[in-house]
Every structure is written in structure tokens, then in C-alpha cells.
Ligand binder design. Structure first.
Ligand SMILES: N[C@@H](CCC(=O)N[C@@H](CS)C(=O)NCC(=O)O)C(=O)O
Length: 216
């Protein structure tokens, strides 16, 4: 499969981060097109490349556009089975986590816009944001229960990737993670592919003012 990945600014785009990590995990060679986000013509530029919603990421697989992260995940799974756990019960649970991240955690997302190189930023913490943080920590605390490895389902897979930008948010906004979730949080930030993406984001010079919240 010939792959081109259309993504946004690495420092600011959580969904781009997930798709990029998925392709790297699948060891799928790909070309990258970066569209700086939140400019007047950003969405048109994405649409012109085949992304029908104007949002990133978009994977062009043999030229055919796939414009949603879960759809990209499932397409890659058809080629690279390690994207999801081999065991069907674990796989269903991993997909449930991924679905949860994809369709929920809105208070957390809104309070903490992704800014991977930001540090000591202040987020507005209300009960809904705290509940989201609690839910994430509860999931992270389950890591390491499988003999195949220390990740959520043993080996590093798409479920872990879904949480990588959440970990980056927690780092930016200095979120206190529960002690039982802390080892997984640190391990996720230190994963070589995650660290590579964060370094690439840190090297970008563009800024998007609405994602630059004040310091603590
Ligand atoms: N449901 C989409 C979400 C995509 C999305 O929200 N992308 C954001 C970047 S992280 C975007 O393109 N924002 C630009 C805009 O809203 O103009 C997916 O799963 O890929």
C-alpha cells in the first residue's frame, strides 16, 4: 500500500499524532504533507487533498483518502495485525478504549488544548475535567497486567497510541496523575516513537495563539 499522510502542526495536532504513530508502529513507509492548521485556507487545503471534512489526519492509501483516525486504524490493521491485540476479548476492550477517547473526554480536551512543547500551562479544572482525568488514570492503572509486555494490553498497540496525546496534555498542564497510573504515564511519554513526535513538535516554530494558554 502506498501511503501519504496529511497532518497538521505536530506541536498542536493530537489526531495527527495518533495517525503518525500508527503508521510508524505498522512500519508502513509514508510520505508526509503538513498543513498548518487554523489558517484561513487550512481546511480547503485538506479538502483539496481528499479529506472531505477538512480536518486532519487524512491517509491517502494508494491514493484513496481515509479521513478519520479510527478508520485509518482499522485500515492499517488489515495490513498489520499488531495494531490491535491478537486475543479477541482484549481486542474488543482495546477498541472500546479507543472509541472512548475518540468520542468522549470532551471536557479534558477543551480545557487542555494540545501544545506538546508547552510546560506549566494553566487549565481550567472543573468537576467534568477532573472526572475525565480520573477515568484516564483508572485505565492507565490497568497497564502491565499481561505477560507479553507492560502496555495496556501487553504489547504497545493502538490503544496506547490513543492515549499518547492525553499524556502530552498532562505534561503540558502539569496534571497530577494517580500513583498507580504514574508508571504508565511516564512510560508512554518515553516511548521512542512518542518521544520522536514530541521532539519534532518542539522543533516547529509556528504558533497558534488560541492554544497558547497562560502559565500557572
Ligand atoms: N474525528 C477526527 C478528528 C479530526 C480533528 O478534529 N482534527 C483536528 C486536528 S487534531 C483538525 O483538523 N482541526 C482543524 C480545524 O478544526 O480546522 C479523527 O478522528 O481524525
Amino acid at each position: 500500500m502506498g501511503c501519504t499522510l496529511i497532518i497538521g502542526n505536530k506541536n498542536y495536532s493530537s489526531w495527527s499524532m495518533r495517525a503518525w504513530l500508527l503508521l510508524r508502529l505498522a512500519k508502513m513507509p509514508f510520505e508526509e504533507i503538513v498543513i498548518p492548521l487554523y489558517r484561513e485556507n487550512s481546511q480547503d487545503a485538506v479538502r483539496n487533498l481528499g479529506g472531505e471534512t477538512g480536518l486532519v489526519p487524512v491517509l491517502l492509501a494508494d491514493g484513496h483518502p481515509i479521513w478519520d483516525t479510527l478508520a485509518i486504524t482499522e485500515t492499517l490493521f488489515e495490513q498489520y495485525s499488531q495494531i490491535w491485540p491478537a486475543d479477541p476479548t482484549r481486542r474488543a476492550r482495546a477498541r472500546s478504549y479507543a472509541g472512548e477517547v475518540h468520542s468522549s473526554l470532551n471536557p479534558l480536551r477543551n480545557a487542555m488544548p494540545v501544545n506538546t512543547r508547552g510546560r506549566n500551562r494553566r487549565a481550567q479544572m472543573d468537576a467534568a475535567v477532573r472526572a475525565d482525568i480520573g477515568r484516564v488514570c483508572k485505565i492507565w492503572a490497568t497497564a502491565g497486567r499481561h505477560p507479553e509486555g507492560p502496555w495496556l494490553f501487553g504489547e504497545f498497540c493502538a490503544a496506547d497510541i490513543m492515549f499518547a496525546p492525553v499524556a502530552a496534555r498532562f505534561q503540558t498542564y502539569v496534571v497530577t496523575v494517580t500513583p498507580d497510573a504514574l508508571p504508565y504515564y511516564q512510560m508512554l511519554l518515553d516511548h521512542p516513537l512518542v518521544a520522536e513526535w514530541l521532539a519534532l513538535g518542539a522543533a516547529e516554530t509556528d504558533t497558534i495563539p488560541m492554544f497558547e494558554l497562560p502559565d500557572q
